[in-house]
Design a protein around this ligand. Structure first.
Ligand SMILES: [Zn+2]
Length: 406
């Protein structure tokens, strides 16, 4: 079989043909031409058109490599007089209208870009970074237009940081199907609102049953405004994170209160706690008791933390509530500022914390996806623009369909 015939079949050409294939040191060049007077299709509506208006200058498309050599298609596109659209450039069976790579190459690049960085993918296919960015963004746009949109019942809203915690994005997951639904440019009410008004729309917002999230006022307000049937559930992992931060803050506060002299006494005293008390000498005993006295706030913090965690084990709502109320009261009396703050936060968010006994759902189910987003950001040395980062997140986490090859 001639290589021209082989390519014509592979490219699925019907109104075009491969005239000749040339080999240079760096490329394989395939010259494409129109086949006789077969009708070409309008590039906008794909309708067959009788009249050719003019012939454009030659354009080139990159295709997959033929063994070691990149294959390049060359063709002079026709402009057609479409009865519906007017004068338009024809439709190419091998590529999207404005693309400079064939559909086959674009899809191969898109598939690899789910695993590798954009730089790595570009290197693999001998393209530049920008071409890969264009291909991925186009694939994402296609995927978002063509993905299935089944009803959503349980979602998780979370934030991811870009550029070392300076900028935040909001990500929304379908917790049942464990798939990314949406990415927003910020974590403000204004930035996340389009998820409810545009992505879901009022009708699908009504089917939402549970929304799992951090205690972040903007998110809660949006759910109350746009998904009134949904139960807000404050995410277990976020609550525990706040609790751990309170312990850390208590430790830092204690350290700050000590004078420089006291700090030196504190340092290198761990052995005092490990030694048998009856082996301690008089001045060592004194030091130990000072140490224990100073440490008392930390011990209280530690006990509070452990006691709080029991909450997650209760199955009866009234018992869980009783435990939490008692815990909040003792935290308020603990003389530990960070714990008082944490307790106040819990008190004002009880209506979204107590439902845990009935719902038992958390964003932990999509923890892996959050880690994936972190690795996407790392492997690309942090995307400079939010637009590119968002495209990469959709591309790797939303299970979008790729453009179909005709
Ligand atoms: Zn048309």
């Amino acid at each position: 079989m001639l290589i021209e015939t082989f390519l014509r079949k592979q490219l699925g050409l019907k109104a075009h043909t491969v005239k000749k294939v040339e080999e240079t040191e760096k490329y394989m060049m395939a010259d494409i031409d129109r086949l006789g007077s077969r009708l070409l299709r309008c590039g906008v509506c794909r309708q067959r058109c009788r009249k050719v208006h003019s012939v454009c200058k030659r354009r080139e498309w990159r295709d997959l490599s033929m063994r070691k050599l990149p294959l390049i298609l060359r063709y002079r596109p026709r402009r057609l007089e479409c009865p519906r659209c007017g004068v338009r450039v024809e439709d190419f069976p091998w590529a999207e209208p404005w693309s400079r790579t064939t559909r086959t190459l674009s899809n191969a690049v898109a598939v690899l870009a789910r695993e590798l960085s954009w730089q790595g993918t570009a290197r693999q296919y001998g393209l530049n970074w920008k071409s890969v960015a264009t291909i991925v963004k186009r694939a994402v746009r296609y995927g978002l237009r063509h993905r299935k949109r089944p009803p959503v019942h349980m979602i998780g809203i979370d934030e991811v940081s870009r550029r070392k915690g300076q900028v935040y994005l909001t990500v929304v997951y379908d917790l049942e199907r464990r798939v990314l639904l949406w990415v927003g440019d910020d974590r403000t009410e204004e930035a996340v609102k389009p998820f409810f008004t545009e992505e879901l729309g009022p009708r699908r917002s009504r089917t939402l049953q549970v929304v799992c999230m951090d205690m972040w006022a903007a998110y809660a307000k949006l759910v109350r405004d746009h998904a009134r049937n949904a139960q807000i559930l404050f995410d277990r992992f976020h609550i525990v994170k706040h609790l751990n931060e309170a312990v850390d803050a208590a430790r830092r506060e204690l350290w700050r209160r000590l004078t420089a002299k006291e700090r030196t006494t504190f340092k290198g005293t761990r052995w005092l706690l490990l030694k048998n008390p009856w082996n301690l000498k008089g001045h060592q005993k004194e030091r130990l008791s000072t140490l224990v006295r100073w440490n008392a706030p930390l011990v209280r913090a530690w006990y509070l933390k452990e006691a709080f965690q029991l909450f997650w084990t209760y199955k009866q709502p009234w018992r869980a509530e009783q435990h939490l109320t008692k815990w909040i009261n003792s935290a308020m009396r603990s003389k530990l500022e960070p714990f008082k703050k944490f307790a106040q936060m819990l008190r004002s968010h009880l209506d979204g914390i107590l439902p845990w006994t009935k719902i038992r759902l958390s964003n932990g189910a999509v923890e892996g996806m959050n880690n994936k987003i972190k690795s996407i950001s790392h492997r690309s040395f942090g995307f400079r623009t939010a637009e590119n980062f968002i495209a990469a997140i959709y591309h790797c986490c939303a299970r979008l369909p790729l453009p179909v090859e005709r």
